[in-house]
Design a protein. Sequence first.
Length: 128
Amino acid sequence: MQASGKTNPSKTVFKDSVLYGEQEELADDCPQGHDDCFCDSKFALSTFGGNEAPGAIHPPKMSSFPYYKVKSYGVWDTSAELSGLIFNSFKARTKCGERQQILTVMEYASDYIPMHDFDNIIFNDVEP
Protein backbone atom coordinates (compact mmCIF):
# COMPACT_ATOMS: atom_id res chain seq x y z
CA MET A 1 0.00 0.00 0.00
CA GLN A 2 1.34 3.40 -0.92
CA ALA A 3 0.04 6.76 0.31
CA SER A 4 0.77 9.81 -1.79
CA GLY A 5 1.46 13.50 -1.62
CA LYS A 6 4.13 15.58 0.02
CA THR A 7 2.04 18.19 1.80
CA ASN A 8 -0.53 16.23 3.81
CA PRO A 9 0.36 13.73 6.53
CA SER A 10 -0.87 10.23 5.78
CA LYS A 11 -1.27 7.12 7.88
CA THR A 12 -1.93 3.62 6.62
CA VAL A 13 -3.90 1.50 9.11
CA PHE A 14 -4.20 -2.27 8.89
CA LYS A 15 -6.05 -3.90 11.76
CA ASP A 16 -8.06 -6.83 13.09
CA SER A 17 -7.09 -9.34 10.41
CA VAL A 18 -5.94 -12.95 10.24
CA LEU A 19 -3.24 -13.87 7.72
CA TYR A 20 -2.38 -17.43 6.74
CA GLY A 21 0.75 -18.98 5.34
CA GLU A 22 0.70 -21.91 2.96
CA GLN A 23 -1.40 -24.76 4.39
CA GLU A 24 -2.69 -28.14 3.27
CA GLU A 25 -6.33 -27.13 3.90
CA LEU A 26 -6.14 -23.99 1.77
CA ALA A 27 -5.96 -23.55 -2.00
CA ASP A 28 -2.92 -25.25 -3.48
CA ASP A 29 -0.62 -23.38 -5.84
CA CYS A 30 0.13 -26.70 -7.50
CA PRO A 31 -3.21 -28.44 -8.09
CA GLN A 32 -3.15 -32.19 -8.55
CA GLY A 33 -2.81 -33.16 -12.20
CA HIS A 34 -1.27 -29.82 -13.25
CA ASP A 35 2.35 -29.10 -14.07
CA ASP A 36 2.06 -25.31 -14.01
CA CYS A 37 2.69 -24.70 -10.32
CA PHE A 38 3.18 -21.22 -8.92
CA CYS A 39 6.50 -21.65 -7.14
CA ASP A 40 7.71 -18.28 -5.96
CA SER A 41 8.57 -16.79 -2.58
CA LYS A 42 5.51 -15.73 -0.58
CA PHE A 43 4.83 -13.12 2.07
CA ALA A 44 1.87 -11.86 4.07
CA LEU A 45 2.69 -8.14 4.00
CA SER A 46 5.07 -5.77 2.34
CA THR A 47 6.11 -2.58 4.06
CA PHE A 48 3.82 0.40 3.56
CA GLY A 49 5.16 3.64 2.16
CA GLY A 50 4.52 7.13 0.93
CA ASN A 51 5.63 8.64 -2.34
CA GLU A 52 5.66 12.12 -3.74
CA ALA A 53 3.99 11.18 -7.01
CA PRO A 54 2.68 7.61 -7.22
CA GLY A 55 1.10 6.21 -10.34
CA ALA A 56 -2.63 6.26 -10.91
CA ILE A 57 -4.66 3.40 -9.44
CA HIS A 58 -5.94 2.71 -12.96
CA PRO A 59 -3.19 3.65 -15.43
CA PRO A 60 -4.64 5.72 -18.31
CA LYS A 61 -2.18 4.24 -20.85
CA MET A 62 0.60 1.72 -21.25
CA SER A 63 3.91 2.59 -19.63
CA SER A 64 7.39 1.57 -20.68
CA PHE A 65 8.14 0.98 -16.98
CA PRO A 66 6.69 -1.90 -14.97
CA TYR A 67 3.68 -0.59 -13.02
CA TYR A 68 4.83 -2.06 -9.69
CA LYS A 69 8.06 -0.01 -9.65
CA VAL A 70 8.05 3.16 -7.55
CA LYS A 71 9.19 6.04 -9.74
CA SER A 72 9.21 8.97 -7.30
CA TYR A 73 10.86 10.03 -4.07
CA GLY A 74 9.58 8.90 -0.69
CA VAL A 75 7.88 11.43 1.58
CA TRP A 76 8.65 11.79 5.27
CA ASP A 77 5.21 12.55 6.69
CA THR A 78 3.77 9.05 6.44
CA SER A 79 3.28 6.31 9.00
CA ALA A 80 1.83 2.82 9.28
CA GLU A 81 -0.17 1.40 12.16
CA LEU A 82 -0.73 -2.35 12.33
CA SER A 83 -2.78 -3.81 15.18
CA GLY A 84 -4.81 -6.85 16.08
CA LEU A 85 -3.12 -9.04 13.46
CA ILE A 86 -2.85 -12.82 13.75
CA PHE A 87 -0.32 -14.70 11.62
CA ASN A 88 -1.02 -18.43 11.28
CA SER A 89 1.12 -21.24 9.86
CA PHE A 90 4.10 -19.54 8.31
CA LYS A 91 6.71 -22.20 7.70
CA ALA A 92 10.16 -21.01 6.60
CA ARG A 93 9.73 -22.69 3.20
CA THR A 94 6.81 -23.42 0.88
CA LYS A 95 6.08 -26.88 -0.53
CA CYS A 96 8.17 -25.86 -3.54
CA GLY A 97 11.10 -24.97 -1.26
CA GLU A 98 10.77 -21.21 -1.75
CA ARG A 99 11.02 -18.66 1.05
CA GLN A 100 7.85 -17.77 2.97
CA GLN A 101 7.81 -14.84 5.38
CA ILE A 102 5.51 -12.52 7.25
CA LEU A 103 6.98 -9.15 6.29
CA THR A 104 9.10 -8.09 3.33
CA VAL A 105 10.48 -4.95 1.76
CA MET A 106 9.57 -4.79 -1.91
CA GLU A 107 12.53 -4.83 -4.27
CA TYR A 108 11.37 -1.61 -5.94
CA ALA A 109 10.18 0.19 -2.79
CA SER A 110 10.78 3.87 -2.30
CA ASP A 111 14.01 5.26 -0.89
CA TYR A 112 12.20 5.92 2.42
CA ILE A 113 10.07 3.45 4.36
CA PRO A 114 8.14 5.03 7.25
CA MET A 115 8.06 3.81 10.84
CA HIS A 116 5.67 0.90 11.28
CA ASP A 117 3.94 0.72 14.66
CA PHE A 118 2.92 -2.84 15.61
CA ASP A 119 0.49 -3.50 18.47
CA ASN A 120 -1.24 -6.67 19.68
CA ILE A 121 0.31 -9.03 17.10
CA ILE A 122 -0.07 -12.78 17.56
CA PHE A 123 2.11 -15.42 15.90
CA ASN A 124 0.82 -19.01 15.73
CA ASP A 125 3.04 -21.76 14.30
CA VAL A 126 5.54 -19.37 12.73
CA GLU A 127 9.08 -20.50 11.90
CA PRO A 128 12.07 -18.13 11.88
